[in-house]
Unconditional design. Structure first.
Length: 236
């Protein structure tokens, strides 16, 4: 069971899906709000930022991808809002784009409500001040600084906005900068063993981190070891 303080916003134009998810999340002890389109969701977030948003990609008026872009560009709590995308089975490109613009995870329709609750719980746990792999309060490596308590990443003195998943992945690499982490190990460290996350999802988060930090002037954030995995770059 989760604390009733966890506030989840479900955004989908299908009322049946909203009802299904609201029932499952409510049974897990979460407080649920609903929106039937992207514009209504944006208004709801501006009034009361939830702890997590479940967001359908394909919606009228303002689709999930455009809504995610607006939130990530807004700054403040809205920019850090965890987002779990819902997508149709044939929307692979949209799912990849969703991760690259700042989504934390995705679930494919048709889905099991229990899987959605499990993924929501896993994302929420990332917001709890964590034990290993983030033991230090501040991690410094080259020009990179990670303030674990504030969940803030900086290049020199310039903040770089990251999602919760991106920050935790980067913190994992930074705790052991010489170690090469396989994709499977990264998934296990971030979500726990057996979590249904693909290698492509990890790759999308790494690409997103590289792009964000390159815009801040850091071009060597993450190094790829072909056939093995990733490790922290020189960050010089």
């Amino acid at each position: 069971m989760y604390a009733m303080t966890h506030h989840i916003l479900i955004v989908d134009d299908d009322p049946h899906i909203r009802d299904l998810l609201a029932f499952a999340l409510g049974r897990a002890g979460m407080r649920v709000a609903e929106a039937g389109d992207g514009e209504a969701a944006l208004a709801a977030v501006e009034q009361d930022v939830p702890d997590l948003m479940i967001l359908d990609i394909n919606m009228p008026r303002l689709d999930g991808l455009d809504l995610c872009r607006r939130l990530r560009a807004s700054g403040g709590a809205q920019a850090r809002l965890p987002i779990l995308f819902l997508s149709s089975r044939d929307d692979e490109i949209d799912r990849i784009v969703g991760l690259e613009i700042g989504g934390d995870d995705y679930v494919i329709k048709p889905f099991s409500p229990r899987e959605v609750v499990a993924r929501v719980g896993a994302i929420l746990k990332r917001g709890v001040p964590a034990p290993s792999p983030m033991p230090a309060t501040v991690i410094r490596y080259g020009r990179l600084t990670l303030d674990v308590d504030a969940w803030e990443a900086r290049v020199d003195a310039e903040p770089v906005a990251t999602t919760a998943t991106e920050f935790q992945l980067l913190a994992l690499l930074a705790t052991m900068p010489s170690k090469v982490f396989s994709r499977d190990v990264i998934i296990d460290r971030l979500h726990g063993p057996g979590f249904a996350m693909t290698d492509r999802t990890v790759d999308s988060h790494v690409r997103n981190l590289r792009a964000k930090f390159a815009r801040a002037g850091l071009d060597d954030l993450v190094e790829t070891r072909s056939g093995v995995g990733y490790r922290l770059g020189r960050c010089g």
